[in-house]
Design a protein around this ligand. Structure first.
Ligand SMILES: [Zn+2]
Length: 204
């Protein structure tokens, strides 16, 4: 499922979630989850520079801690960063205090007002605590770059077929997604440019 339309009940329970931006724009919003890591993130930054694109990196605190120089590189090159928890913690099935503690730990390393829950799954009680501090950024276009059954070509197609003005697109700067990402990202950037989109980072 590449084009993620949240069911109505999800939108009602979580009115503060942002799935996309209004269509009256010439921009799309690329996001990269689960980094930063030295094997892939610098390569992503080079691709973005080549196409004059900006993006938002939803970082894991544990990776920022291990690779502060890569995290700094993201900011120095003009991209925005978001909190994606410290340890990629699952909201469902995790005590809310433990969950918020994990987000706080990431916050001490990242400093941002943007948050994306790992797996897109979070309990209302957790949203309640975090909504004073964060804008919750979800997505409407999932590249599925992490899928082992999808080819890089399929991944690029997924994105380019369904993207529309205001879309929030998800990729992963992770080892799991590396093969598909390295194939698909240049094609997607080229395709978005050809469609006339500006590629911007999210700053709210
Ligand atoms: Zn993630």
């Amino acid at each position: 499922m590449a084009y993620f339309r949240p069911p109505g009940w999800v939108k009602r329970i979580f009115p503060e979630f942002i799935w996309s931006f209004p269509e009256e724009t010439d921009s799309v919003f690329l996001t990269f989850d689960d980094g930063p890591i030295p094997e892939i993130t610098p390569w992503v930054l080079d691709q973005l520079d080549f196409y004059g694109a900006k993006a938002t990196f939803f970082c894991l605190g544990k990776n920022v801690e291990m690779h502060p120089e890569v995290f700094q590189m993201i900011k120095d090159r003009g991209h925005s960063v978001g909190n994606h928890s410290y340890s990629h913690i699952k909201g469902w099935g995790t005590d809310s205090l433990d969950y918020v503690h994990d987000i706080d730990l990431a916050e001490s390393l990242i400093t941002t007002n943007l948050f994306r829950p790992p797996y897109g799954r979070i309990k209302p009680s957790q949203v309640h605590v975090l909504k004073e501090r964060y804008k919750f950024i979800l997505w409407d276009v999932l590249s599925r770059d992490y899928s082992w059954t999808l080819s890089g070509k399929g991944c690029a197609k997924n994105v380019l077929n369904v993207v529309r003005p205001g879309s929030i697109i998800v990729f992963h700067d992770s080892k799991k997604a590396e093969k598909n990402l390295r194939y698909a990202l240049p094609i997607v950037l080229e395709g978005l440019k050809a469609k006339g989109y500006k590629m911007k980072d999210i700053r709210l």
